[in-house]
Structure formats: structure tokens, C-alpha cells
Write a protein that binds this ligand. Structure first.
Ligand code: UDP
Length: 219
């Protein structure tokens, strides 16, 4: 009889950070270790950190009664592309979180989330699909976060902030608290640079850096 097959899609830096959490999560459910694999479309080895590395085609050809994949690639556009591919083929989304993640009251988290160690999501928060919150990031009260949003390690997302789809927030960025009637907005596809201190809303597609964060104009 076949059993479910679980995958961490992406066998590079991001995937290697998510795999150990996935392993612990599945061990608790009694899933055999060999039923957890990496998928990579350009594999550089057949095994990585004790797990098989399969191409997507190999994953699809493996015996399984259900297939799950978490998209473990920091680039949100690639995650969206792979999410569509997986949905078309009936591969189910799966969320992975560290054992010490804290979520408080009324937190809604979409499918395919990856929450790394020491992440905190406080209260009354809405988060979309395929969110990544890397090490030590937090999301404070009343935030609304879209789909395919990525937080590098140490992001401080304070209260009443809205972050639209595909935004990328760099390591150790701090985003100032908004107001209940006037949230601070990070627009769709915006990039917040490492260590930026964001005190004002950021337009869609803009890149901001520095303290206070200012828009980077590419010549
Ligand atoms: N990758 C993939 N399919 C894609 C795009 C990327 O399997 O459509 C893999 C790629 O081969 C690489 C990993 O995902 O192994 C992305 O690694 P990278 O170091 O670029 O990003 P990170 O792991 O930091 O997100």
C-alpha cells in the first residue's frame, strides 16, 4: 500500500533551512523519514542532508497516494509559478513551522507557510498564501499580509501594517507601526532593503533602503 510523499521544493539555502523543521513535524505524525524528500529542478546531488533529492518529474513518478510540497524558495515569483504547477498536478500545499513559533489570538495563515524558529505572530493578523517568515521575524497586531510575501531573518513588522502580494522584506528591516484608520502600506512587489527603517508607506514595485528608508532610483 502506498503512503503520502512529502517534499521541500528547493534544495538550496532556503530549503535546507525548512527541511529540519519539516522533519520534526512529520516525525511527530509518525511519517517514515524516507517519505520526506527535496524536489529541485536543477539538482546538484542525489542526496542532501540525509534526504533524497528528486526532480519534479521523479517526484510525480514516485509511488504515493497523496503528494505534498512546501515551496522553499525565497523568491515569491518563483513560488507563485511553482504553486500553479503543483495545483495543476494535484500536489497539495503543506505548511511547515518550527516548534517554538508563537501565534497568539485570531491569526489566519494561508496555505504553504514556512515559519522559522523564533517567529512570533501576535493577535488579529491576516496572512495570505505561501508566506515565508525567516528566523526571529515578528508580525504585530492588526497586520494584513498578502500572498507570496517573504520576510528575511529578523524582520520587525509592527502593528497596523498592510503588506501586499509579492513584497520582499530584507533582513533586520524595521517597519513603523501604522494607525488603525491609516495603516502603513508596503505595495505589491516592493522590496525593503536589509536593515531599512521604514517610516512611510512604500509604493508598489519600489525598492527602499536606509534609515529612514528612501526610494532607490535605478538609473
Ligand atoms: N529551483 C527549482 N525550480 C525553479 C526555480 C528554482 O527547483 O523553478 C531551485 C534551484 O535549482 C535552487 C533553488 O530552487 O536549488 C533556489 O535556490 P537559491 O539559492 O536561488 O534560492 P534560496 O534557496 O535562497 O531561496
Amino acid at each position: 500500500m502506498s503512503s503520502p510523499l512529502y517534499a521541500v521544493y528547493g534544495a538550496s539555502g532556503c530549503g535546507r533551512g525548512i527541511m529540519p523543521m519539516a522533519k520534526v513535524q512529520l516525525e511527530k505524525l509518525g511519517v517514515a523519514p524516507e517519505r520526506l524528500v527535496f524536489i529541485d529542478d536543477a539538482p546538484t546531488a542525489t542526496h542532501l542532508n540525509g534526504h533524497r533529492v528528486l526532480t519534479y518529474d521523479e517526484f510525480m513518478a514516485s509511488e504515493a497516494d497523496r503528494r505534498y510540497a512546501i515551496l522553499a524558495i525565497a523568491n515569491g515569483a518563483i513560488r507563485e509559478k511553482l504553486a500553479k504547477r503543483c495545483a495543476t498536478d494535484g500536489v497539495l500545499s503543506w505548511s511547515v513551522r518550527a516548534t517554538n513559533v508563537i501565534t497568539m489570538d485570531d491569526v489566519t495563515l494561508g496555505e504553504g507557510a514556512a515559519l522559522s524558529p523564533f517567529v512570533t505572530l501576535t493577535s488579529n493578523i491576516r496572512i495570505g498564501r505561501h508566506f515565508h517568515a525567516n528566523l526571529y521575524s515578528y508580525v504585530e497586531h492588526d497586520c494584513v499580509i498578502g500572498d507570496f510575501v517573504t520576510f528575511a531573518p529578523g524582520v520587525k513588522c509592527n502593528g497596523n501594517i498592510h503588506i501586499h502580494d509579492h513584497a520582499y522584506i530584507g533582513a533586520d528591516a524595521v517597519i513603523k507601526q501604522g494607525k488603525p484608520d491609516c495603516p502603513l502600506v508596503i505595495g505589491r512587489g516592493a522590496v525593503v532593503g536589509m536593515g531599512a527603517v521604514v517610516t512611510r508607506s512604500v509604493p508598489p514595485g519600489a525598492t527602499v533602503v536606509g534609515n529612514p528608508a528612501a526610494r532607490l532610483i535605478r538609473k
